[in-house]
Design a protein around this ligand. Structure first.
Ligand code: 5GP
Length: 141
């Protein structure tokens, strides 16, 4: 399947759609997941076009992974999580629903306590508050 330049995340990168932004640099963008599996669920995406891990340039993946580590630390601290799950899906058969590479940073509070993938929309005000908490934890690093 060819990369669709109008997928949701490409439009967020171009500023055509809103997001609860946490962090941004030249290569990578970080924002809150709209349908979180747990409070604090954050997404890290390379800005460059690429459907998933299989077709994205390695340098962009490396940059995104470095940011993913920082975000995982910040999310753990900001939400006092017991653990952090990192997920990343490649292809619809694997569960991918948005076809622009992204890494999920999902805080875990209790064993087996994660919600279902991309099911229920979070409140916008809550997401805005959570984005601010992660931003603060990132700057305090
Ligand atoms: P995937 O299934 O592709 O691994 O994950 C896509 C993720 O994007 C899901 O967790 C879903 O909740 C999230 N998502 C879908 N649409 C939007 C959106 O418009 N904005 C944000 N911030 N997240 C979205």
């Amino acid at each position: 399947m060819a990369y669709d330049p109008n997928n949701i995340f490409a439009r967020i990168v171009r500023g055509e759609l809103p997001c609860h932004r946490v962090y941004e640099d030249a290569d990578t963008l970080v924002f809150m997941d709209l349908m979180p599996q747990s409070p604090g669920h954050t997404l890290v995406i390379p800005k460059i076009a690429g459907e998933n891990l299989l077709d994205t340039p390695p340098d962009s993946i490396a940059a995104a992974m470095c940011v993913t580590q920082r975000v995982a630390r910040a999310v753990k601290k900001a939400f006092d999580a017991k653990g952090i799950v990192i997920t990343q899906f490649n292809g619809a058969a694997a569960g991918q629903t948005v076809f622009h590479l992204h890494f999920h940073v999902i805080p875990v509070y209790t064993l087996g306590g994660l919600g279902l993938h991309a099911r229920s929309m979070a409140d916008a005000a809550v997401l805005a508050e959570q984005a601010e908490k992660v931003r603060q934890a990132l700057t305090a690093e």
